[in-house]
Write a protein that binds this ligand. Sequence first.
Ligand code: HEM
Length: 220
Amino acid sequence: MKLEDKIFKWFDDRFKLKELLTPIIKHPAPEYAVTNPLYCLGGIAFLCFLILVGTGVFLAMYYKPTPLEAYKSVEHIMTAVPMGSLIRSLHHWAANTMIAAVMLHMMRIYFMGAYKKPRELNWVVGVTLLLITTTFGFSGYLLPWDQLAFWATKIGTGIAGSIPILGQYISLILVGGTDIGAETMTRFFAIHVMILPITIAILLLMHFAMVRIQGISGRL
Ligand code: HEM
């Protein structure tokens, strides 16, 4: 018996992996979904998310979330850390691709009417996922702490502040005071690496569970 088979058997004897995983892995996808690339868009978004988690954990090992050190630590990642520039670029491009894939996935759902009964709740979960994906982008934009990051955040928090009634509170929570500074950076970092990843993981589990329970919608 090969080593990998032995390792699998060790775990299978204890956790009944085969019994647990076979129905998930062997579940057949309908022919019309397999042959139509439009049904890949959600999967592409998820693949980007996995790349973002992997590269993000790597970046977090070198990044320092303070106004004095942030820019320098990013420079260090780009110039001195082995494969740092490649991994940061992967993080950047996966983020952009994920936003494009999520938007296109949402358009596929809309134009194919895949949001209709019984998938209304999955549409609502989807809209929340879209919001979270864009908030990921917005909170990550500040982290390099360069001119572009600073002014983009100034404009973004300004827009949030202009929301009627709740705006001033949202802006205060995001900025952590009246001006963008150290408080803002710590908050955006916590949002980017803790709050959003945990929330999106829970919502993705719900999203995928609903797709599995309800099945992929057919051609209309
Ligand atoms: C993080 C973002 C997202 C990921 C990773 C994701 C992933 C997926 C995957 C893998 C599927 C099954 C395959 C497919 O139809 O592509 C799916 C289905 C679905 N998604 Fe998403 N999705 C995301 C965001 C959204 C958004 C923004 C919406 C809509 C507002 C949405 C609504 C739906 C619905 C209604 C289905 C069921 C489609 C059907 O049965 O034909 N999702 N999603």
